[in-house]
Design a binder for this molecule. Structure first.
Ligand code: SAM
Length: 615
């Protein structure tokens, strides 16, 4: 969409959804010289010359003309998407699907559907402003002799939790009909409702389910879900593991509402293939044994306005022992799937669908990393900008912390060194990434860190105490306001990693090449973000470091881990814990410990991990 059109909207348009609808509808109808006589919805939206908004309308049309707006349905959908509030995008996942993806999903479903087209029931369970439904109505018209009036009332169904989205779907469907000369009153099967507790059985009697279920369920992570929604999703069995994202139950709703020869096609997040919150969903699919096809976009970005990792997911309502999966490489044509037997898929661990042979080989050697060395996450203050700083100056007694232009002296003896392993890369000098953290903890008689009582902090570290007092409100706002209920208001948000062994092998959580890991022996050095392997034995961690930095380990990450854009991958938790650490002989260990040339280590490890491929 042209930036000038968008900037006009930004500067001239209120958030009044009806006003926006009127503007868009009148612009389209005026430009196309359509005449509306019967359709009361469209008539009610037209801004005529006597209307106070007529001037804004003419300015708007001017801008559209000047920047060559095409008035296609997709352009209108983009306009509608642009005016969705940022809040709604976060809390309701209101991000609309691009046309080429909709087309692929729709055409796939049509190609699979073998029933009578005239009676085919099509639903989008989270329809937004109706992109999928407009397309499907048009495609149905091409395939049948029905009028739009018949299609809207007999074949097209939609639900969205937002009333304005349903209103806009009605508008777009009406405009579609009008564009083909059908100016009429329509009756729609469109509901402003919550799909997750929508009673389909009650609405349709007798109920046979839907023949085609298409769409793009809302992606909303658990921490952005209102409590009420969290309660509602609990009733869906696929939401019983981890902290489910809002898109997860939409799979179950769709599958349970498919007709006996129905097909569903979604664009949806791909994280459920591996994540803990997708475990129950994977189990559900493993039990169902339906015919599933997945086109995984991995790190490729499909939505311009949002960083998300997605896949296309198709289910045909028929039994199959196999699931089909492939990675998209830029072309849908002759798409190549690999076939996986359900009984070979491990739902608990996560589905290994990408470069399976390599993953299995690397995991079947020796001991999994998680048993080879313990790992720890970093400190979680939940408000790093208050506690962690780079001193702007140092005096004999103080580090000077600068915040919003104000300098605060902080007693040196209450500070610890801290690093962020995500900042490591091959160019960085370790000393340059060390920061200070205000650490209001002390060791108790058992050697455990406990929070320092307030009177003691005030007495021993009066300057730090004064500084923290200026931050009290911010600290209380941590944990969505739960910070105000902490036992002591300046304690860190979480208690993890307050006690750390001296030896730590720091690992960045995300990288775009074999990670640089740093091994440090220092009892007073802490870390945040990233994670660390810890232990007592320096040799064990040295060997581990050589492996984590090797090309073999990076290949494993690329095949198995969660991709991000720009070829970055996650290097944490379940994505790496099953990598096998070979049971090295004493000589092999010695070799690894003394060899520092990367190429030599790489080929040495390659001989061990892929003996059949070694020259
Ligand atoms: C990702 S958008 C998809 C819109 C449209 N299907 C498309 O692909 O262009 C998700 C939609 O789900 C709606 N939504 C969010 N939670 C919902 C719920 N519990 N029930 C029904 N719709 C919901 C949002 O309002 C939003 O319009």
């Amino acid at each position: 969409m042209n930036a000038y059109i968008l900037s006009f909207l930004k500067n001239n348009i209120s958030s009044d959804t009806r006003f926006i609808n009127r503007l868009f509808v009148t612009a389209v109808i005026t430009r196309n010289k359509w005449v509306v006589k019967k359709n009361s919805l469209l008539s009610s939206l037209i801004i005529d010359k006597a209307h106070p908004d007529y001037q804004v309308l003419t300015q708007f049309i001017d801008v559209l003309e000047r920047y060559n707006f095409q008035y296609t349905f997709d352009d209108l959908i983009s306009l509608f998407e642009f005016v969705v509030s940022p809040h709604d995008k976060i809390v309701n996942g209101a991000v609309y699907t691009p046309q080429y993806i909709r087309d692929y999903i729709e055409d796939y479903c049509w190609s699979v559907y073998k029933g009578n087209i005239d009676v085919c029931r099509i639903i989008d369970l989270s329809c937004g402003c109706g992109g999928f439904l407009v397309d499907m109505a048009r495609k149905m018209k091409e395939r049948s002799n029905k009028t739009y009036k018949q299609i809207f009332s007999e074949n097209i169904y939609g639900i969205d939790v937002q009333g304005y989205a349903i209103e806009r779907t009605k508008i777009l469907l009406s405009l579609l009909a009008l564009s083909m000369g059908e100016d009429d009153e329509f009756s729609y099967n469109l509901w402003s409702a919550n799909t997750l507790n929508f009673n389909f059985q009650e609405k349709f009697r007798p109920y046979h389910g839907f023949d085609i279920i298409i769409g793009n369920p809302p992606y909303v992570c658990s921490r952005n879900l209102p409590q009420e929604t969290k309660e509602i999703i609990k009733k869906w069995s696929v939401c019983s593991t981890g902290h489910p994202d809002l898109y997860i139950p939409f799979f179950q709703v769709a599958i349970e509402n498919l007709s006996s020869n129905g097909v569903m096609g979604y664009i949806t997040m791909n994280s459920f293939l591996k994540s803990v919150n997708g475990r129950a969903l994977r189990e559900y699919f493993n039990t169902l044994h339906k015919s599933i096809h997945i086109i995984d976009f991995r790190g490729r970005q499909i939505f311009q306005s949002k960083n998300t990792y997605t896949c296309l997911f198709f289910v045909e309502n028929k039994k199959s022992d196999y699931l089909y999966y492939g990675v998209y490489d830029g072309l849908f044509e002759n798409f190549k799937y690999n076939r996986f037997e359900y009984r070979g898929l491990d739902s608990k661990k996560g589905w290994d669908l990408n470069e399976t042979t390599k993953i299995h080989q690397l995991e079947s050697i020796g001991k999994p990393i998680r048993k080879f060395a313990q790992s720890r996450h970093g400190l979680a203050t939940l408000c790093n900008k208050v506690y962690i700083f780079a001193p702007v100056r140092t005096t004999k007694r103080f580090y000077i912390l600068r915040q919003n232009g104000v300098d605060y002296p902080i007693e040196k003896t209450i500070c610890m060194d801290i690093v962020n392993p995500n900042k490591f890369n091959s160019e960085v000098v370790f000393a340059d990434v060390i920061r200070k953290i205000i650490f209001p903890y002390e060791k108790n008689y058992e050697g455990k860190m406990t929070i320092m009582p307030e009177h003691k902090l005030q007495e021993l570290y009066p300057y730090t105490y004064r500084y923290l007092l200026t931050q009290k409100l911010q600290l209380a706002a941590r944990d969505k306001g739960k910070g105000k209920n902490y036992d002591i208001w300046y304690q860190f948000g979480r208690t993890q990693s307050l006690n750390l062994p001296s030896l730590k092998l720091f690992v960045p959580k995300i990288a775009n090449r074999a990670p640089r890991c740093i091994l440090i022996d220092n009892p007073n050095l802490y870390f945040y973000n990233g994670f660390a392997f810890v232990g007592e034995n320096v040799e064990t961690l040295c060997v581990l470091q050589k492996i984590l930095e090797s090309s073999i380990f990076w290949e494993y990450i690329v095949a198995n881990s969660k991709p991000y854009s720009s070829d970055y991958y996650s290097i944490s938790g379940s994505y790496i814990y099953n990598f096998g650490i070979h049971n090295f002989s004493t000589e092999e260990k010695q070799y690894l410990l003394t060899e520092n040339r990367k190429e030599k280590i790489d080929s040495f490890l390659r001989r061990i991990y892929f003996p059949e491929k070694a020259e």
